[in-house]
Design a protein around this ligand. Structure first.
Ligand code: GTP
Length: 383
């Protein structure tokens, strides 16, 4: 069994890599594996693993060009892995035009940390997923939500969240909050001018956000973004008295655009396979490539379109937004093909464990290797 690649099934025959350099020294992520494979011996993918059962038919977002010839596909895949050896992953593709998005419904959500947010659910013409915008503060409104729809009643408008101020039992008008003395025409023209808002473009991570995974820092990043955008309820609430108006406009709040591109766009099932490959010695980039997915299969056109709809585009805020990210590719991608959104400033997200010298934050043997690979192979600027 000595020649068998670390991630090959024992029932599969041993495989000799086609080139002497293939797979050598790819792994800089020594803490990720279980010790089965060493960094210097990250193996080439055996052809026998390219069975239909192992190989996904396509990356969900459709960005990977799969060759139907298994040998050619294998060599393309290994070339991609070698490419990652020296450089960083490819930047996301910019669509030539932005997709159409429409906010279908918005609702006020009081949160466990005391702040309130407005959850906006979007539909779009690119996929049939429910992408979300989590909006903190009262200054950010969706134009498509506020637009009057033919035949709708005032109750219809309030039910889909197109109202000013706050809902309360007995309210009859979406336009006037009689109890809290708030009125508005809902149109972008009357939207108050806002300071460059804090924005986070967050990709879904079931394991890190819901299932307590310490393999990645996704859950921590989501919490931190919300913390930075929230303010105590008395400052944030939309029915605050007029004397706090200036305070509220200073606290620009912010938006978390929550994109349903789980596992960097490969989906949860494929991400779980990637985790198994990581336990077998690959790093987070190699695991995707071994599964014949791009290292990063995401795109950001939907996020740009949603930000524009929320009045955070360059047409409304020429000063630009402040983007919470460590990923430099995201900065350019989010600006859109025609700079529909301007990024004024990148705000780094330093892992809590690094900021506190290990006192707080995620503790696991996996996370350090994961973060180091993001720096060395994906060009993340975690500083
Ligand atoms: N394929 C794959 N996806 C992962 C892995 N770990 C986390 N993810 C996904 O990665 C996405 C988050 O991307 P990250 O690379 O952590 O960060 P980023 O969004 O590029 O950059 P930041 O803005 O700095 O957070 C989420 O969709 C996670 O589900 C992994 O090991 N493999």
């Amino acid at each position: 069994m000595a020649d068998l690649p670390a991630h090959a099934s024992p029932v599969l025959p041993p495989h000799s890599p086609p080139s002497s350099t293939a797979g050598e020294g790819l792994r800089d992520d020594s803490s990720q594996g279980s010790g089965i494979a060493t960094g210097e011996q990250t193996p080439a993918l055996p052809e026998s693993l390219l069975s239909p059962a192992f190989t996904p038919p396509a990356t969900p977002s459709g960005t990977l060009n799969l060759d139907s010839n298994p040998t050619r596909a294998l060599h393309q895949n290994q070339a991609a892995i070698l490419e990652h050896k020296s450089g960083h992953t490819k930047p996301p593709k910019l669509l030539s035009q932005l997709p159409q998005v429409e906010c279908i419904v918005r609702a006020r959500i009081p949160t466990t940390n005391g702040a309130e947010m407005f959850l906006h659910l979007y539909h779009n013409d690119l996929d049939n997923k429910e992408h979300l915008a989590i909006v903190f503060g009262c200054n950010i409104r969706s134009r498509s939500l506020d637009r009057v729809r033919p035949g709708e009643t005032e109750m219809d408008r309030m039910i889909r969240g197109a109202y000013v101020g706050k809902l309360h039992p007995g309210r009859t008008s979406s336009w006037v909050d009689d109890k809290n003395k708030a009125a508005g025409s809902h149109t972008s023209q009357t939207q108050p001018r806002i300071e460059p808002p804090l924005v986070r473009i967050h990709s879904e991570c079931y394991t890190g956000e819901t299932a307590w995974s310490a393999r990645c820092d996704c859950g921590e990043q989501l919490d931190e973004a919300a913390r930075l955008m929230s303010f105590p309820v008395q400052d944030l609430s939309c029915d605050a008295p007029p004397e706090t108006q200036s305070l509220r406009s200073q606290s620009a709040g912010g938006v978390i655009v929550y994109l349903r591109q789980e596992g960097r766009g490969i989906g949860l099932g494929e991400k779980l396979k990637a985790y198994n490959l990581q336990d077998l010695g690959s790093d987070t980039v190699e695991a995707n490539l071994l599964l014949r997915h791009p290292a990063d299969a995401r795109s950001y056109g939907l996020a740009t379109a949603m930000l524009t709809d929320l009045g955070c585009g360059a047409d409304t805020i020429p000063e630009g937004i402040r983007l919470l990210t460590n990923n430099p590719d995201k900065v350019r991608a989010i600006e859109g093909p025609n700079r529909e959104v301007m990024v004024k400033e990148r705000v780094p997200m330093i892992p809590l464990a690094w900021r506190t010298g290990g006192q707080k934050g995620i503790k696991s043997s996996e996370i350090e290797g994961y973060l180091r690979t993001k720096i060395s192979k994906m060009g993340h600027m975690i500083q």
